[in-house]
Design a protein around this ligand. Structure first.
Ligand code: PLP
Length: 347
């Protein structure tokens, strides 16, 4: 008797046959998404709490983003950075309107790990130093450089000697931070809210101490806002929660902020699903990189730039930071009313 296999089983078999095998796969096939929902090949509907691993902050296939991508795909998809491009120009200006005002330069790339790689190269060349300080339970990506700053031994140990000499300090531990930073430190890397490490926010005191210690020792402060950025925490950037109380939200970092980073790395939600990363930095850092010192074929391509422009404009226009803050507070309030052993902690 011949057994018929379903379309779902067929697709899973086809994918797993040639897959690298590095991921544990679920046994459903997702084929469509809209807003907060996704659908599988059996027509089942799910609320997507994973959001593409913190990517679909505006929901799946948001019509305004889809239109921007469709229009740009028909116009121009690739344009090396040696040629200025209209979408790249727009993207830089939109991005600069939402990042701290002292960060005036951007290197566009294609992912979070690439943004981290760029940050590490710029930090090395800007300081002439090679040592880094990163956080226990921190996650910076899987490429060899970014991996050197990723704490979990299971991610690092199979790959032997890594690229950077990194000291790991306990997150939010001021004493350990002070002991780890010295005059050989190129940069300190902090996720303002640790993502993979368990959704753990840095304390304002810790971020302020990191800034002060970096300034004292001539090291750079890098905020990895790849997961905590783009309105996800109720502010544009996770580290804004450590802003001085008189810092107004209508003006992103009006100056006098005690936690100014030298570099910020961005990715995930920045392109609403199109691969896009960016590393923003001060002019002092950017100016130390020699011409041709870094580069990327796809980074800054018009298609991704158009997705980035549409995403930032939408977030600005609809004040997504305020929306997230409001919905987040509602969510916490409602969760707090549920008595269940399954709820361990509400942040
Ligand atoms: C905080 C943080 N940094 C860096 C990365 C690496 O980003 P990507 O997977 O786009 O390379 C991630 C990915 O999860 C992340 O959460």
């Amino acid at each position: 008797m011949t057994q018929t296999i379903s379309r779902t089983q067929d697709l899973i078999a086809k994918e797993t046959k040639y897959d690298s095998g590095v991921y544990n796969k679920h046994s459903i096939v997702l084929e469509r998404g809209l807003g907060a929902k996704v659908w599988d090949t059996e027509g089942r509907e799910y609320i997507d709490c994973v959001v593409g691993i913190s990517v679909a902050n505006l929901g799946h296939s948001h019509p305004e983003i889809v239109k921007a991508i469709q229009d740009q795909a028909a116009k121009l998809m690739v344009c090396p950075q040696t040629y200025p491009n209209d979408q790249r120009a727009e993207f830089y200006n939109e991005l600069m309107s939402v990042v701290p005002q002292h960060l005036t330069r951007v290197f566009p790339c294609n992912s979070g790990a690439e943004a981290m790689e760029a940050a590490l190269k710029f930090a090395r060349v800007a300081t002439g130093r090679e040592k880094f300080v990163a956080m226990k339970r921190g996650f910076s990506g899987r490429t060899m450089g970014a991996l050197s700053l990723t704490y979990e031994p299971k991610y690092r140990e199979p790959f032997g000697g890594l690229i950077h000499e990194t000291s790991f300090v306990a997150f939010n531990d001021l004493e350990q931070l002070e002991a780890a930073i010295d005059d050989q430190t190129a940069a300190v890397i902090i996720e303002p809210v640790q993502g993979e490490g368990g959704v753990r926010p840095a304390t304002p005191e810790f971020l302020r101490a990191a800034r002060a210690l970096c300034s004292k020792h001539g090291a750079l402060l890098i905020f990895d806002e790849i997961q905590s950025g783009f309105c996800r925490t109720g502010k544009w950037w996770g580290h804004q929660h450590a802003c001085e109380p008189d810092c107004t939200s209508t003006c992103v970092f009006p100056g006098g902020c005690a936690v100014k980073p030298d570099i910020m790395t961005l990715a995930k939600a920045i392109g609403s699903g199109i691969p896009l990363g960016a590393m923003v930095m001060t002019a002092e850092v950017a100016d130390k990189m020699p011409k041709g010192g870094h580069g990327t074929t796809f980074g800054g391509n018009p298609l991704a730039m158009a997705a980035g422009v549409a995403t930032i404009r939408y977030m600005k226009k609809h004040d997504m930071a305020a929306q997230c803050a409001e919905l987040g507070a509602y969510f916490v309030e409602q969760l707090s009313k549920i008595e269940s052993k399954k709820i361990k902690e509400i942040l």
